[in-house]
Design a protein around this ligand. Structure first.
Ligand code: AMP
Ligand code: ZN
Length: 114
């Protein structure tokens, strides 16, 4: 997608620090952190939202959760725990129309921090 900011980050067109990368996903820091640790797992394929996962592309969802496990271990927050969030569509509060998973942690999270 030519004008998608997360496509540009994931394909390196916009330089960003990758905390993790494989053939399917990258992990970056959220520009507006809502917790001590706030990361985003971005798919390398443009998938607009969780509604669009299907049998062809569900490997991206699986790889996203593999990335969650690896990057939280790397940062040492896996044992304490963290929260993974996907906002989908208008009611879900999705602002960037390229599927991504938030990882929030590094502190005790309040129940309404989502
Ligand atoms: P959502 O509301 O679920 O679509 O989340 C979009 C997230 O992307 C927000 O938490 C933003 O702070 C974050 N964000 C937007 N642009 C960038 C960027 N260029 N680099 C890192 N994070 C970004
Ligand atoms: Zn995109």
């Amino acid at each position: 997608m030519a004008d998608c900011i997360f496509c540009k980050i994931a394909n390196g067109e916009i330089p960003s620090e990758f905390l993790y990368e494989d053939d399917y996903v990258v992990v970056i820091k959220d520009i507006n952190p809502m917790a001590k640790v706030h990361l985003l797992v971005l798919t390398k394929e443009h998938i607009c939202c969780a509604n669009m996962f299907d049998e062809r592309n569900s490997i991206y969802a699986a790889k996203a959760f593999e990335a969650v496990a690896k990057v939280t271990k790397k940062l040492g927050i896996d044992e304490a725990g963290y929260r993974v969030i996907n906002n989908c569509g208008e009611d879900g509060g999705q602002t960037v129309k390229h599927v991504h998973f938030h990882i929030l942690g590094g502190q005790k999270l309040s129940v309404d921090m989502a």
